[in-house]
Design a binder for this molecule. Structure first.
Ligand code: LLP
Length: 452
């Protein structure tokens, strides 16, 4: 299983994401005195991938994705459960297919995501939960026709819209209400969702009455309760708190005569962007204890919707330094990736570790050839918000060198845009020594062809 190696570089405590992204030595010269370290994805050196596919490039490790999903499966093995990977984190069809083959289900929030999952594997319909605060009636119809497992309903209006469509189609919709547990989670305000002031879910206090209404509709089947308190949450206590409230609701609903088979605890488990991650298996086990403690004895089938924790550290954004630039003493590295390719720093002030792909080894005299400098790493887009790092101490790199922006597997490509008419990056998936292009780079003409 994934093991964090100790401090790997002389300058940064943390620059590998095993098993996906690891440093290997590259020996040079007959005497083999100097050994550069080169960042690899599994068995493939990133410079080879950059040469072959160009930059900016998203590189994912299939092994890392499988292992991280495996950690969830292990942690929850003693309770009936289905992991419904949250497609929004990374919706590439090949990644969905890889996860489907590994036994995963899916959490979708749009008709588009539903279609992607089915394109990856048509048989997945019955392992799909449909979440989201604004499902359109047409999206509901599409989901009813393929027979998704569960609709997570977020309001009374939505309940009636679903009732209308289900009745028209004479198809039973299994539903859970997403309750808003009013639990605070320590994360960025844009991705915190579990408080009353947020638009999500129905207040715990009104859920019971709404379940009663739903159970009166012939084509609605009350089947579960769902909750999701936010994203990038690294303290497991708020999950336990939210699930405790859900457990109370399950008991109340059963007392009211409803049949509750499912509890969906959402996603949200955070990753370590800045510090070394705990042993992942242990971390997920801790999360599993927090989630399951209050469900013991309830005999429900647990649904989980992790996104980031599965794919985040399994991907990097590979970019080349186009220019070095200095303005009155402030140094910039202008790279060929930009905020349109990875918007997290600009949107949430998010931290992503950035590492040079090649680290020079010791020189013949034995001194370390690496000097550090304080830089801003910025993209070519015409906004000051277009940065990946500010005042970051990095080993000195030159124009043409490669940098890897780590932990970019989740909410990277999924949030990419064509701002500044920039084609989005290509994506490749590595497994051992093999690499597959899973999304080719866009062509500029494609970006405006719908306007001609
Ligand atoms: N389930 C529901 C209902 C959600 O809204 C989300 C995420 C998830 C599951 C998956 O959460 P995860 O396990 O990935 O934390 N763009 C932001 C993150 C937005 C998350 C939105 N909802 C970012 O880059 O940090």
């Amino acid at each position: 299983m994934t093991r964090r190696s100790e401090v790997t570089g002389p300058l940064h405590g943390y620059s590998e994401r095993p098993p996906g992204f690891v440093l290997h030595e590259r020996r040079k010269g007959l005497l083999r005195r100097s050994a550069d370290s080169v960042l690899h994805c599994e068995a493939l050196p990133l410079p080879k991938l950059a040469e072959r596919y160009g930059t900016p490039l998203y590189v994912y490790s299939a092994t890392a994705i499988r292992e991280r999903l495996g950690a969830f499966e292990n942690a929850f093995h003693d309770v009936p459960h289905t992991i419904c990977y949250s497609v929004k984190a990374n919706s590439n069809v090949s990644i969905l297919r890889l996860l489907a083959r590994a036994g995963c289900g899916f959490d979708v929030v749009s008709g588009g995501e539903l279609e992607r999952v089915l394109a990856a594997d048509r048989r997945m319909a019955t392992k799909i939960v449909f979440s989201g605060v604004g499902k359109s009636r047409d999206e509901m119809t599409a989901a009813l026709k393929v027979g998704v497992l569960l609709f997570n309903v977020e309001s009374e209006s939505e309940l009636w819209a679903l009732a209308e469509r289900a009745t028209q189609l004479r198809t039973v919709a299994s539903i859970a209400l997403r309750v808003n547990p009013d639990v605070a989670a320590d994360t960025h305000p844009y991705i915190s969702t579990g408080l009353h002031k947020h638009k999500f879910g129905v207040p715990v206090g009104s859920a019971r009455a709404l379940y009663a209404k739903a159970s009166g509709v012939r084509y609605l089947k009350v089947a579960g309760v769902s909750v999701h308190i936010g994203s990038q949450i690294t303290d497991v206590a708020p999950f336990a708190e939210a699930v405790a409230r859900v457990a109370d609701i399950v008991r109340e609903l059963r007392a009211d005569g409803h049949r509750i088979d499912y509890v969906d605890t959402g996603g949200g488990l955070g990753i370590a962007y800045q510090e070394p991650e705990l042993e992942f298996e242990e971390y997920v086990a801790k999360y599993a204890r927090a989630v399951t403690t209050h469900l013991r004895g309830l005999k429900v089938h647990l649904l989980l919707e992790p996104g980031r924790a599965i794919v985040g550290p399994a991907g990097v954004l590979l970019t080349s330094v186009i220019y070095r630039k200095e303005n009155d003493g402030k140094r910039f590295l202008v790279v060929d990736a930009a905020m349109n390719d990875l918007i997290r720093p600009a949107l949430y002030g998010a931290y992503h570790e950035i590492v040079p792909v090649v680290r020079p080894g010791k020189s013949a005299t034995g001194s370390s050839a690496t000097k550090t400098e304080m830089v801003d790493v910025v993209g070519p887009v015409c906004e000051s918000g277009d940065f990946f790092a500010r005042d970051r101490e990095l080993p000195r790199v030159e124009e043409g060198d490669l940098l890897a922006i780590l932990d970019a597997g989740a909410y990277g490509m999924a949030l990419a845009s064509n701002y500044n008419t920039r084609p989005r990056p290509a994506e490749v998936l590595v497994s051992g020594k093999t690499v597959k292009i899973i999304r080719r780079r866009e062509k500029v003409r494609e970006l405006y062809s719908a306007e001609l």
